[in-house]
Design a protein around this ligand. Structure first.
Ligand code: SME
Length: 144
């Protein structure tokens, strides 16, 4: 592997990514990684309140929509999304960034980084860019 990212702990590849992302902004109140297994997203390491959504079908909620549409989701007001699956009553905005095994059009989706914020519109271009960088780095060292 090329030199690993600064946040990377080989003993806890996904956990170290979650810790690093959570450290990027005080507005990131819940950070987790969902791993895509077949037609379901399964919750891996997370920081924040326990979520009842430990398994989400592709196409359901903001998380499942990201996979179904093969597109990151930046929801500035979760109340505007009819298919939103509430994780905590305080959540006002959410960012889902897909983790892929490459950068090309044929890249496979491995999972996603999901972030909830209590602040409306918490995710601007800077936040998106920072989280996408981690997702890209993680895709390159994804634990098999
Ligand atoms: N809000 C997500 C569910 C995951 S929780 O936020 C942890 C969704 O709508 O898919």
């Amino acid at each position: 592997m090329p030199s690993p990212p600064v946040w990377y702990n080989p003993l806890s590849p996904l956990g170290s990514a979650v810790h690093y992302v959570a450290s990027l902004s005080p507005k990131f109140n819940w950070v987790g990684i969902y791993v895509l297994k077949g037609r379901f997203l399964e919750l891996g390491p997370f920081i924040g309140a326990p979520s009842e959504h430990s398994r989400i079908a592709v196409g359901k909620g903001v998380c499942g929509t990201a996979v179904a549409e093969n597109a990151d989701q930046n929801v500035s007001d979760v109340r505007s999304r009819k298919n939103y699956l509430a994780c905590g009553p305080e959540t006002r905005s959410e960012l889902v960034v897909l983790i892929r095994d490459g950068a090309g059009p044929d890249a496979r989706i491995l999972g996603q980084i999901d972030i909830d914020s209590h602040v409306p519109g918490a995710f601007g271009p800077d936040e998106e860019e920072a989280v996408r960088k981690v997702a890209s780095e993680l895709g390159g060292i994804w634990p098999a």
